[in-house]
Design a protein around this ligand. Structure first.
Ligand code: ARG
Length: 415
């Protein structure tokens, strides 16, 4: 038996390598994807091999992640439950794809992941694998193995000579990539407790942020960012830079009690400086460039898009269909947005676009006004006619019933 394991180098997946070798007498190939997290992945292959893997793959997927997963979600304005930019949710399908690619190349019998049995990530991994390689068996050791605590895993690791990091374990469960950091567990499980300072990984507390605001100027082309402060940048550099700038101003902290797909509410802290700034700026540009009906419809579909991604349905026909709609809407979402960052907040400081639908001639209250005021009178009469009719028939000021019989209401008149 040959198994490809989604491997991070952490305790769970390291123990998993040995556990699968023992249980299935299997040959293990580890697969690690870099999604632009700041933690160095150097040495991860050696660690995998020292743990018993016959082969270890490490692939930098940052650019593919940003352009193929993050930007579509940005264009769709996809924020789960109006808040979470979904760094983790967007990363899983790509990691599953890498696992499948390697698995097929190596001719494995099964793939395995290190997700627990009560989270969303198991769903995202397994649904993605089933979409990309329906015949591949998926193993989820954490759902079935005997270890009840971190201590038990450490004991197992020591017994089997698995290198365990000497550093004090974080009391939190942390998942990070270029689009954001997800932090949960420990004291964060009490939604009444304000997150302690040590929970945050990449942002300063807003109260400790600089006393002077900083303005960032972001260039968009067809809904995706292409430049920062006048400089054209590749997508990955732009995100890294915006994460640094935003993090220094305490921007992008999100404290969310959210609804997991598996039915439980959980409390998670997110840090997503670049995602927060880009979603904010992108929506401001859409306010300027999108037709009203398109903007309204797109706002509704944004929630659908986010829920679908959160629920692990990235590789679904609905996501592709929604991307078709979204891409059509982004044709003219090009231009410049200025965002002021100040002590944790993003403030709009200006927007412009060659496709701006904002017409000064129509909007102005000065003598340059081109709007036909007289046209409004007839428009309002007809626009308000159904409401007027309703109230003429049903209002409390209409004649009261006489002898139990209702007097006929006056007919609505168009005047
Ligand atoms: N709740 C988030 C999601 O479902 C993040 C899950 C992973 N979080 C973590 N701290 N390991 O996308």
């Amino acid at each position: 038996m040959k198994i490809a394991v989604a491997y991070s180098g952490g305790l769970d997946t390291s123990v998993m390598v040995k556990w699968l070798m023992e249980k299935y007498n299997a040959e293990i190939i580890t697969v690690t994807g870099n999604l632009g997290q700041r933690k160095e992945l150097v040495g991860v292959e050696e660690k995998a091999k020292r743990t018993g893997a016959s082969k270890a793959y490490l692939k930098d997927l940052t650019e593919e992640f940003v352009e193929g997963y993050v930007f579509p979600a940005l264009k769709a304005s996809a924020l789960y439950e109006k808040s979470y930019p979904m760094a983790t949710s967007l990363g899983r399908p790509l990691l599953a794809k890498l696992l499948v690619d390697v698995g097929l190349m190596e001719g494995v019998d099964a793939v395995a992941h290190g997700c627990t049995g009560k989270g969303n990530d198991q769903v995202r991994f397994e649904v993605s694998v089933s979409a990309l390689a329906p015949h591949l068996k998926v193993l989820a050791p954490l759902r079935e193995w005997e270890f009840k605590s971190r201590e038990e895993e450490i004991a197992y690791a020591k017994k089997h000579g698995i290198p365990v990091a000497a550093t004090v374990a974080s009391p939190y469960s942390i998942d990070e990539n270029i689009w954001g950091t997800s932090i949960e567990c420990g004291v964060l499980e009490d939604p009444m407790v304000e997150p302690p300072a040590d929970a945050f990984q990449r942002t300063v507390a807003p109260e400790n942020a600089p006393d002077t605001p900083e303005i960032v100027t972001i260039e968009f082309e067809h809904g995706v960012p292409t430049g920062l402060n006048g400089e054209t940048l590749d997508s990955v550099s732009l995100l890294h830079r915006l994460n640094e700038i935003g993090g220094a101003h305490g921007v992008g902290r999100i404290d969310l009690v959210e609804n997991r797909l598996v039915g439980i509410k959980s409390r998670e802290i997110y840090e997503a400086p670049a995602a927060t700034i880009l979603h904010f700026a992108h929506t401001e540009l859409e306010r300027l460039t999108l037709d009203r009906a398109v903007f309204h419809m797109k706002t509704q579909l944004a929630a659908e898009y986010a829920t679908l991604v959160y629920n692990g349905l990235w590789f679904s026909p609905l996501r592709q269909a929604l991307d078709g709609f979204v891409n059509e809407t982004q044709k003219n979402v090009s231009g410049t947005v200025k965002v002021k960052l100040f002590k944790g907040s993003t403030i709009i400081a200006g927007r412009s676009s060659p496709h701006s639908l904002y017409s000064p001639d129509l909007a102005t209250y000065s003598k340059e006004d081109q709007f036909d005021h007289t046209a409004s009178e007839g428009f309002i009469k007809i626009f308000g006619l159904p409401v007027k009719t309703y109230h003429q028939v049903n209002s409390s000021s209409r004649p009261v019933p006489v002898n139990g019989r209702q007097k006929r209401s006056p007919r609505p008149v168009l005047s």
